[in-house]
Ligand binder design. Structure first.
Ligand SMILES: Cc1ncc(COP(=O)(O)O)c(C=O)c1O
Length: 421
């Protein structure tokens, strides 16, 4: 029933299951923080379980003059920032082509602009079934539908067959299509497409382009800073060189994870094309969207990134500090996957990043069962998400067994394992 809001806004409520589970975890702290595992958090915490800031970022950010925090920035973003973001997006794997970047309010803003400018109202946007659930809201908010395909095949590889079928199906009804792929270090699974799988994706897009269709691919690289060696995890990007002008690639870049500046709301949408006209159009549209959505973004965050990337020593420090975070993530994930393999718990192939996911059709009930053991996790449509990013190594020990037990209880198995805690 509409009271004051426009009728078109009726029923718009954000169901944030992750936030709700996080609130339950905070409440459970009364039983002793050492007993509670809060796997709902999507931010990196150190082994002390405290939200961590990369030291080089903290030091430099605190040293910036007040004018950097209070002065307006251009809607497109500071020139130096846009250049530095392009450098960071590609590192040594920059494909030939025309490139530009628009500063956005985090990676979320980048995804919003991409949807607004590269899909028609009423159109279907395509992504993987294992996905960040905010994609659904970002599409719905501006009148698009999100359709998903099965991300993995039975062998745990990218499901090229399902992808191809979904693209063909949608393009039998639409002249153009926006595809969102969150890789490497996919949220919620840690999955990544291999270079060969990317080659298949592009081949499929090329076939449709030859039939007169226009395809935009948005690669969401929110977690790329912790996905592995920086040029190895970007090697797939070189394949975007020389694509036909009706296949347009974009990258949603975020400072939230890579610079631990989650609340400072800085990111960028980077566009790459073999056509100069496509990139000019991209910049014009991006500027318009930025000005009408958030006007301009956090100038201090932009200055920080520009300063770090233009200073060899600061860059080396950032690389080392990110590596230390990534090593911790790897160590935590290794403990979990080793134990999961031993107790027969299935998980989505993890290649790196903040999250590991356990497939189940009963994720809400499994998460409830986990709460009996004071483990709090995010129930998603495809399974249970565990934030490796915020669980210290010591608490990873035994977690796989706890999850396996909860799953077995919910699925009615009798061969229960002994608690791993
Ligand atoms: C997959 C994915 N993409 C993009 C983002 C955007 O983050 P932000 O808007 O904070 O940069 C997130 C944040 O959680 C995410 O999980």
């Amino acid at each position: 029933m509409t009271i004051m809001a426009a009728s078109s806004r009726e029923g718009k409520t954000l169901r944030d299951v992750v936030f709700a589970a996080g609130a339950a975890a905070r409440e459970a702290a009364q039983y002793g923080e050492d007993k509670v595992i809060n796997a709902t958090v999507g931010c990196y915490a150190g082994e002390d379980e405290k939200l961590a800031c990369l030291p080089v970022v903290e030091q430099l950010y605190r040293s910036l003059p007040m004018s950097d925090f209070i002065t307006y920035a251009p809607p497109m973003g500071l020139e130096g920032y846009r250049k530095a973001v392009i450098d960071e997006t590609f590192e040594s794997c920059r494909p030939d082509g025309y490139v530009d970047a628009v500063a956005t309010s985090g990676g979320t803003g980048a995804i919003h602009i991409a949807i607004a400018n590269y899909s028609e109202v009423g159109d279907t946007v395509l992504t993987t079934d294992w996905r960040w659930n905010i994609y659904d809201c970002l599409c719905q908010e501006i009148g698009r539908n999100l359709h998903t395909f099965s991300m993995m095949d039975d062998q745990g590889h990218f499901n090229t067959v399902a992808f191809s079928a979904a693209v063909s199906n949608i393009l039998s009804r639409q002249d153009s299509l926006l595809i969102i792929l969150n890789t490497p270090a996919n949220n919620p699974t840690g999955f990544a497409l291999s270079d060969a799988e990317w080659a298949d994706v592009l081949e499929i897009c090329r076939l449709h382009e030859k039939n007169g269709k226009r395809i935009s691919i948005l690669v969401d690289i929110a977690y790329i800073a912790y996905a592995g060696e920086k040029n190895r995890v970007r090697s797939f990007m070189t394949q975007f060189a020389g694509l036909p002008e009706h296949i347009f690639t974009m990258f949603a870049f975020s400072m939230s994870k890579g610079y631990t500046l989650y609340g400072q709301r800085a990111g960028a949408l980077v566009g790459l094309s073999s056509s100069k006209a496509v990139i000019e159009e991209f910049a014009n549209l991006g500027k318009y969207s930025a000005r009408t959505s958030w006007s301009n973004i956090n100038r201090a965050a932009m200055t920080l990134l520009t300063r770090i990337r233009s200073d060899r020593d600061l860059m080396a420090q950032l690389d080392l500090e990110r590596l230390a975070f990534a090593k911790n993530l790897r160590c935590r994930a290794d403990i979990f996957t080793y134990e999961a393999d031993r107790c027969g718990l299935s998980y989505v192939p993890y290649k790196g990043g903040f999250f590991i996911s356990i497939p189940t059709q009963k994720s809400a009930t499994v998460c409830q069962a986990l709460e009996d053991d004071l483990v709090f996790a995010a129930p998603l449509a495809q399974g249970v998400r565990l934030g490796v990013c915020s669980i210290p190594a010591i608490k990873m020990q035994g977690l796989a067994t706890i999850v396996k037990n909860a799953l077995d209880r919910v699925e009615g198995r009798t061969d229960l394992l002994v608690s791993g805690k």
